[in-house]
Design a protein around this ligand. Structure first.
Ligand code: ATP
Length: 227
């Protein structure tokens, strides 16, 4: 059997370690996300879901435990190797789109590919295909400020997929949208994820959206338990 796309083993994380205000946010969190699997991460506010996603996406380090992406254990690796794996294998989506305001939708999806050495023609063609897959071909030349919240977020999904990652990590990706738009935009994200066969860990407070994923885990007292 192939390695899981994401494996978290025994993850522990403290803030302000050794100080009077020390908090332990993660207490031996364990999770495997298999190839093509979409897992919902449900957690009350402040439970540590952003912390967990940042550790899974190699933006932060754990105090104990191991993160492996596509079978590669990354704990002891250099910052350089972790950065390469993050850029090539992981896509991030946040609650707010974080698109670059001075660039168009198309450019926002092209730029991460250029940074990874993809030739401009190829990068632009891929960006156009991605925009078409979320029905935004007509918005290619728009800057973020000239798009609706739902459109901005769909562009952010395309940007996260730009470098064909193996793993998508999303932190309340539709949390900033009204319920109807959230439902539609979440549908667009799921279609994109399913079409590309991507594995994903998607944090949401919304149990209806969580129910549309393959499996649900809850972050409770620093551990991940099936919901
Ligand atoms: N840099 C930091 N220093 C100290 N404590 C922190 C730091 N970052 C987060 N925390 C604390 O760790 C806990 C988990 O934070 P985290 O942001 O991971 O929660 P969350 O589940 O994503 O919350 P929310 O849903 O409200 O965004 C919180 O109690 C928070 O106050």
């Amino acid at each position: 059997m192939s390695d899981p796309v994401l494996r978290l083993s025994g993850i522990e994380k403290f803030y302000n370690r050794g100080k009077p205000n020390e908090v332990q946010v993660l207490r031996g969190a364990e999770l495997d996300v298999k190839r093509g699997e979409v897992v919902a991460l449900v957690a009350p506010s402040g439970a540590g879901k952003s912390t967990l996603l940042h550790i899974a996406g190699l933006l932060d380090t754990a105090d104990a435990g191991e993160v492996a992406i596509a079978g590669e254990v990354l704990g002891g690796k250099s910052d350089r190797r972790r950065t390469i794996v993050r850029r090539q294998e992981v896509g991030f989506v946040y609650q707010f789109h974080h698109l670059l305001p001075e660039f168009t939708a198309l450019e926002n999806i092209t730029l991460p590919q250029l940074a990874n050495g993809v030739p401009p023609k190829e990068a632009t063609a891929r960006a156009r295909d991605l925009l078409a897959s979320v029905e935004l071909e007509g918005r290619a030349a728009h800057r973020p400020a000239a798009m609706s919240g739902g459109e901005q977020q769909r562009v952010a999904f395309c940007r996260a997929m730009a470098n064909a990652p193996k793993l998508l990590l999303a932190d309340e990706p539709t949390g900033n949208l009204d319920p109807t738009t959230s439902d539609r935009v979440f549908g667009a994200l799921m279609t994109l994820v399913r079409e590309t066969g991507l594995s994903a860990l998607i944090a949401t407070h919304n149990l209806e959206l969580a129910g549309r994923m393959d499996r649900q885990v809850e972050l409770r007292e620093g551990q991940l338990v099936p919901l």
